[in-house]
Ligand binder design. Structure first.
Ligand SMILES: [Zn+2]
Length: 214
């Protein structure tokens, strides 16, 4: 695959493209679209990405690779444990308001180190030092909430955290909230499996297509 123009897709079309790209990646059949010199030159004057990925900073969960996309396709915001601060909200608002992206993915993954560090801090009563402490504090409500709901295993906590973040974005940002309410924006929480590379939809504000991995 050389170049493919997916600007102007609606949320459902964007989601279908992401799931199809992930399917190629899982099968070892990546097409590496939009990564050549021509695409680079075409984009120099402006971008129109079709999806915004807000995920964990983990080196194994690189958005363009796991969704098999290239330059100008994905607007990517990543923090450890995909914790949300004001700069994250501002970055997502930029993506949906200025770039008019129709789809936001909240992407968690199994065995997340930031969630693990938070669980260990709670279990030991010892908080980490420096700004890692900030990350742990910001993950604490999700860890405590998941445990109260009987979800004590790390991957259950990651999944619940991802769904919580997807729910919080439109609550915390009135701009994001308005767009979800009037149908201009969809928010989908996903979890990524490190071993087989597959994403799974956890929650969605729109119907999700059924993509077969075969
Ligand atoms: Zn992580």
């Amino acid at each position: 695959m050389g170049e493919t123009d997916d600007s102007g897709l609606d949320a459902a079309g964007s989601l279908a493209e992401l799931l199809e790209g992930n399917r190629r990646f899982v099968l070892g059949d990546a097409a590496h679209p939009n990564q050549d010199v021509h695409r680079r030159a075409t984009l120099a004057g402006g971008q129109r990405p079709f999806a915004l990925i807000f995920g964990c900073a983990d080196s194994r969960v690189a958005a363009e690779i796991i969704f098999d996309r290239g330059l100008g396709d994905l607007f990517v915001v990543r923090t450890a444990g995909h914790v949300v601060d004001n700069a994250v909200l501002g970055s997502i608002e930029f993506g949906v308001e200025v770039l008019e992206i129709p789809l936001v993915i909240v992407l968690g993954h199994d065995s997340c180190g930031a969630v693990k560090a938070t669980m260990e801090a709670h279990d030991s009563g010892r908080m980490p030092s420096g700004y890692l402490r900030t990350v742990v504090e910001m993950l604490s409500s999700s860890v405590i909430g998941a445990r109260q709901h009987g979800h004590g295993e790390i991957n259950e906590i990651v999944a619940e955290h991802s769904v919580q973040v997807a729910q919080q974005l439109p609550e915390r940002s009135s701009s994001i909230g308005r767009r979800v309410a009037d149908g201009r924006l969809a928010i989908v929480a996903m979890e990524y499996a490190l071993s087989d590379g597959a994403v799974r939809v956890l929650s969605s504000t729109i119907a999700t297509p059924d993509v077969q991995i075969a």
